[in-house]
Design a protein around this ligand. Structure first.
Ligand code: NAI
Length: 261
């Protein structure tokens, strides 16, 4: 017996699709048959990704999005829906981090992380969620097949680590935001879940893994290794699948056992 997640006919939007996890999420959703809206600030990179997806037989569309700008969020979502149709799946992935002790954090550092990871993620989900709710209310019985919102949090949102305190705070807020949205929007057939990855090798942290302290950190991980973006493919598929309609408000870790270590 085999099992296939088929997202044909679904429109998915991935924020922060220009690199790392977002890029991989977009390719995986396209492979599963979804039409994928690639949203980020670095549009040239998104165009390269669109070409790659289309060469593999997929369908995608590029939109410029800065999640720290409310007007940009509204414009990007409106543009995406005009071009591709109503968004069925949102992967709320854009994020940033800084590394410093709490006593060194300036108001600018604080706003940089919170404006992107928490406020940005909230208003992207709100804009998409409002439109999903409108579709759910307007749909003839049985015609709205349900929305999926995957908020990319972090194990840092569950377990505090030194030097990334503000980042951990921003992601803890995303975990709670997920539960609040699941509670309010579940009745409209919208499932909101949080994905908490462990340490994955991306542009986000590659500079750190190259340092001596980064190498020491890897040796102290439960299996002494980093993950690769594709290691999250199946858990993403599970959270986006039509068949996962019973999974709502879940906080799913994919961290190689870090949180229990
Ligand atoms: P990355 O740096 O490769 O990707 C982050 C993406 O977010 C980039 O495409 C960037 O352009 C985009 N972005 C940042 N600010 C933005 C803004 N204002 N507007 C629109 N897009 C913006 O990093 P990575 O690792 O792919 O991170 C993706 C998500 O995964 C982030 O939310 C991060 O916190 C989370 N995460 C990453 C982990 C890791 O070990 N790499 C572990 C746990 C969570």
């Amino acid at each position: 017996m085999s099992y296939v997640v088929d997202l044909s006919g679904r429109v998915a939007m991935v924020t922060g699709a220009s690199s790392g996890l977002g890029l991989q999420f977009a390719k995986t959703l396209a492979l599963a048959g979804a039409a994928v809206v690639l949203a980020s600030r670095r549009v040239e990179r998104l165009k390269t990704l669109r070409a790659e997806i289309e060469a593999a037989g997929g369908n995608s569309h590029v939109v410029m999005l800065d999640v720290t700008n409310y007007d940009s969020i509204k414009a990007a979502v409106a543009h995406a829906e005009t071009e591709m149709g109503g968004i069925d799946i949102l992967v709320n992935n854009a994020g940033v981090s800084t590394m410093q002790r709490l006593v060194e954090v300036t108001p600018q550092d604080y706003d940089f992380v919170m404006d992107t990871n928490t406020k940005g993620a909230f208003f992207v989900a709100q804009e998409v969620g409002k439109r999903m709710i409108a579709r759910a209310k307007g749909a003839a019985p049985g015609t709205f097949t349900g929305g999926r919102i995957v908020n990319v949090a972090s194990t840092g949102g569950l377990r505090v680590l030194g030097q990334i305190g503000v980042y951990a705070m921003s992601k803890a807020a995303v975990v709670h935001m997920t539960r609040a949205m699941a509670l309010e929007w579940g009745k409209y057939g919208i499932n909101v879940n949080a994905l908490c990855p462990g340490y994955i090798d991306t542009e986000f942290n590659r500079h750190y893994w190259a340092t001596e302290s980064g190498q020491k950190f890897i040796r102290e991980l439960p299996r002494k290794r980093l993950g690769q973006p594709q290691d999250l493919d199946l858990v993403l598929m599970m959270l986006c699948a039509n068949e996962s309609h019973f999974v709502n408000g879940a906080v799913v870790t994919a961290d190689d056992g870090f949180d229990v270590g």
